[in-house]
Design a protein around this ligand. Structure first.
Ligand SMILES: N[C@@H](CCC(=O)N[C@@H](CS)C(=O)NCC(=O)O)C(=O)O
Length: 229
């Protein structure tokens, strides 16, 4: 989402990938100093450090370049497209028969190890350990998984309705809402959920967003392995 905003704004940038899955670079002290919540993404803009995707793209919006504001619905779309539990979409297919997610269990072990190694990060890590436990509990509950899936599918239906009579999600010009929609649809595609919008106006819309040079330039991925996320 952030990279699409930068590319569409025609801002040159250096991409620094933080491995949040294998080496857990987000917990390295140098990264936590930039992003105290230890999450991606982070935008370093000269002396400024901007965290949180919605804040990042709105900061990018203020730079010189094409106007990515969209109409009055644009900011609402950012919140709504950020809202789905993307972790549920990824891990629901990685469960043991009893609902245990081995990767989430391993994550819990790693977080405990990090807590021993980095007592100075104890607030952050204890919060993460609690969140990890809540996530595992959620994944054990098929009704909860279904609730998240159907609310995400309802969001996709709302997006499909919005692009029935206008070329972009938030009106007649490309905006931040399209950066978010494109990245979200790419993610849903990676999880093989394209059936949600097949045959709707969103299929044509997503084709148009993929055809924009920004899709490749921002290195958006919608096929292949979920490992490439
Ligand atoms: N609201 C934050 C959420 C960021 C977030 O949760 N990022 C996830 C990846 S999508 C992350 O970095 N997770 C690191 C971890 O699980 O340790 C934002 O938009 O920047």
């Amino acid at each position: 989402m952030a990279r699409l905003a930068l590319v569409e704004k025609v801002v040159s940038f250096e991409r620094r990938q933080i491995d949040i899955m294998e080496t857990n670079e987000q917990f390295e002290p140098w990264y936590v100093a930039l992003n105290p919540k230890a999450v991606v993404p982070t935008l370093v803009l000269g002396a400024d450090v901007v965290t949180d995707t919605i804040r990042i793209v709105n900061r990018v919006r203020t730079l010189d370049g094409p106007d990515l504001s969209g109409d009055a619905t644009s900011q609402g779309w950012l919140k709504d497209i950020m809202a789905p539990h993307y972790g549920v979409l990824l891990y629901r297919n990685r469960l043991d028969p009893d609902g245990t997610a081995p990767q989430i269990v391993a994550r819990g072990v790693l977080l405990e190890q990090l807590l021993e190694k980095h007592p100075e990060m104890s607030d952050l890590l204890k919060g993460r350990i609690a969140g990890n436990g809540r996530f595992q509990a959620l994944l054990r509950n098929p009704e909860e998984i279904e609730r998240h899936l159907s609310s995400t599918e309802a969001l996709v239906a709302r997006m499909a309705e919005a692009v029935r009579h206008q070329p972009f999600l938030a009106g007649s010009t490309y905006s931040l809402a399209d950066c978010f929609a494109t990245a979200a649809l790419a993610r849903f595609s990676l999880h093989k959920l394209q059936g949600w919008w097949q045959g709707t106006a969103l299929e044509d819309y997503y084709g148009r967003m993929k055809a924009r040079p920004s899709f490749e330039a921002a290195e958006v991925i919608d096929t292949g392995s979920e490992r490439d996320l």
